[in-house]
Design a binder for this molecule. Structure first.
Ligand SMILES: Cc1cc2nc3c(=O)[nH]c(=O)nc-3n(C[C@H](O)[C@H](O)[C@H](O)COP(=O)(O)OP(=O)(O)OC[C@H]3O[C@@H](n4cnc5c(N)ncnc54)[C@H](O)[C@@H]3O)c2cc1C
Length: 284
């Protein structure tokens, strides 16, 4: 698709440069494939120079400009003691694989661009929401706010970002990274977009968090003080997701997404109820 009305490309990551008619440009895989006949300027974030991934004792900060390729290789590059302390890093590769993307999309598209596009099947939204990620958002007026990623995507292609707001980074807290997790994804075709993507998490205090994405128009999270039984989980899903929230597009009918959500949620519950498997030799 074309961008015939764009007349300027400006290298900046300063929200104060934003004005109506501008769009933040990250990997460009959405901007250049959807096209636009109204945008006037693209504000290019790719030269911002933000460190893609920065760890400290409190957690992991992922820059909005971190590419899917960079995120994918990260768990294999951290020291074994970090991999052992933060087992939830194991979610990164299946979430990246959920793109089923081409070489080009894989290498240029960004974590921030995926979340800001707000697709129900956005796997970076799934990952960040499931691990209680917090978005650092900078506004053109100079204010800074932090928003849970689970609340940043509010509908199909809709986010809670105001015009001109810039997603700077996502922080995943160490408490969530220490959790045991279980991942399930379904698509109607082998290389298709996710129709259902669920992630379950049991924290060190025994609490259980289930995050439903792709099946619903926006992320839905269920929190339990301990792992529920099957009936309790089913009742929680029924309470949290009303009929109008199931997503409906060519990647899956609402009834199918609903049935598969209940089925995969129970699989996750059963997996996390069983003792954790011992790490394979040499896997750390
Ligand atoms: C072949 C193909 C397959 C794809 N498969 C999938 C898929 O399976 N699942 C999926 O979710 N998507 C998919 N996409 C869509 C897209 O590639 C991803 O959502 C990608 O992660 C977008 O990132 P980007 O860096 O390219 O975003 P861009 O195109 O640069 O930007 C996307 C939008 O976000 C805004 N934006 C970008 N960064 C920021 C920021 N830091 N702050 C505020 N706003 C920002 C831009 O202004 C724009 O509106 C696919 C695309 C293609 C072409």
């Amino acid at each position: 698709m074309d961008l015939p009305t764009v007349s300027e490309l400006i290298r900046t990551a300063d929200p104060q440069h934003w004005r109506p008619g501008d769009a933040w440009l990250a990997g460009g895989t959405v901007l250049f494939s959807y096209g636009s006949d109204t945008l006037q300027r693209l504000l290019d974030l790719t030269a911002a120079g933000w460190e893609p991934l920065a760890m400290n004792d409190d957690g992991l900060e992922i820059a909005a400009t971190c590419t899917i390729a960079e995120l994918y290789t990260f768990p294999g590059a951290v020291p074994p003691r970090v991999r052992q302390a933060w087992p939830a890093l194991d979610l990164m590769q299946p979430c990246c694989d959920s793109f089923v993307a081409s070489f080009k999309v894989w290498n240029v598209s960004t974590v921030g661009g995926n979340i800001c596009t707000g697709l129900p099947a956005g796997p970076m939204t799934s990952l960040a929401a499931a691990l209680d990620g917090t978005a650092l958002v900078l506004s053109p007026g100079g204010t800074v706010r932090r928003v849970p990623v689970a609340e940043l995507v509010i509908g199909d292609g809709r986010t809670a970002l105001a015009p001109g707001e810039l997603l700077r980074s996502i922080t995943l807290p160490a408490t969530a990274l220490r959790a045991r997790t279980a991942f399930r994804r379904l698509s109607l075709t082998n290389l298709g977009r996710s129709g259902v993507l669920l992630i379950g998490r049991t924290d060190e205090d025994g609490s259980f968090v289930l995050t439903v994405t792709a099946a619903t128009k926006r992320p839905v999270q269920l929190r339990f003080p301990s792992l529920p039984d099957a009936a309790g989980l089913g009742a929680g899903l029924a309470e949290a997701i009303d009929a109008g929230l199931w997503h409906d597009d060519v990647h899956g009918l609402p009834a199918w997404r609903r049935d598969m959500t209940y089925r995969l949620a129970e699989e996750i519950r059963a997996e996390l109820a069983a003792p954790a498997p011992a790490p394979e030799d040499g896997s750390l």
